[in-house]
Design a protein around this ligand. Sequence first.
Ligand code: NDP
Length: 245
Amino acid sequence: MDEKHYGKTAIVTGASRGIGRAVSVELARCGYRVAVNYASDERGASETLDLIKREGTGGKIIRFDVANFEDTQKGVDEIISDFVSVDVLVNNAGITADGLFVMMPRKDWDSVINTSLNGFYNVTKPVLEKMIRQKRGAIVSIASVAALIGNRGQANYSAAKAGLIGASRALASEVARLGVRVNVVAPGLIDTGMTKNAPVENIKRLIPMARLGKPEEIAKVVRFLCSEDASYITGQVISVNGGMF
Ligand code: NDP
């Protein structure tokens, strides 16, 4: 699709690699300027921005920890003052800290909830205020198949991602009449740094397509949900998982 969004802008959290990078490049291909957020990997974020520029647009890299409310507020304020408008927000930043629940230290519970679920609040709140004033915007958050089936060893992650779905559905109904759409993409197993230590051969047996997904296969769905082609879609969860269930 060669749809162009000249002058449109997007914020992608956790865009220094993996799915966030692929989403940033896909949006750039549609003409968006992209604010590439990262927490620690400045070099990775710069590489993402280089890839965006190759698509003929631009943007900026911006460091903030989505788990930190004040840090995030400052970062979002800076983006808004540079970009003037914000058309798209992709809540992508996420981490895992796997372990059986009975042995899970409190810090592993907190860090995962703080990044995926509290991160959703911290980033979405200031961006939404702007989108409501603009009377337009699309928000897409990256959940996981774990939110829908509950993965063994991922109680923290499954809870955070399920919370993201509940929050997104509620928010979608609150802002549907204000020109803002809110949707969720729930990936299955995707070939990124997050899954590099996963037992891939065992996992493939659980996937009808018998392969991991590519970050670009998530990015294309995100791009669709952000586009005018999805103008009547809000409050939905789209699974992209090779047919896992
Ligand atoms: P990666 O580990 O490859 O990348 C994670 C990204 O998130 C990095 O850019 C990292 O930046 C950033 N990040 C982590 N914590 C923070 C934070 N506190 N503030 C800002 N940025 C942060 O992961 P993926 O690309 O695989 O995952 C992207 C999203 O997709 C996550 O939400 C993940 O849960 C979800 N997902 C992934 C699946 C998979 O199989 N890979 C499956 C289902 C969902 P930095 O390095 O600078 O910290």
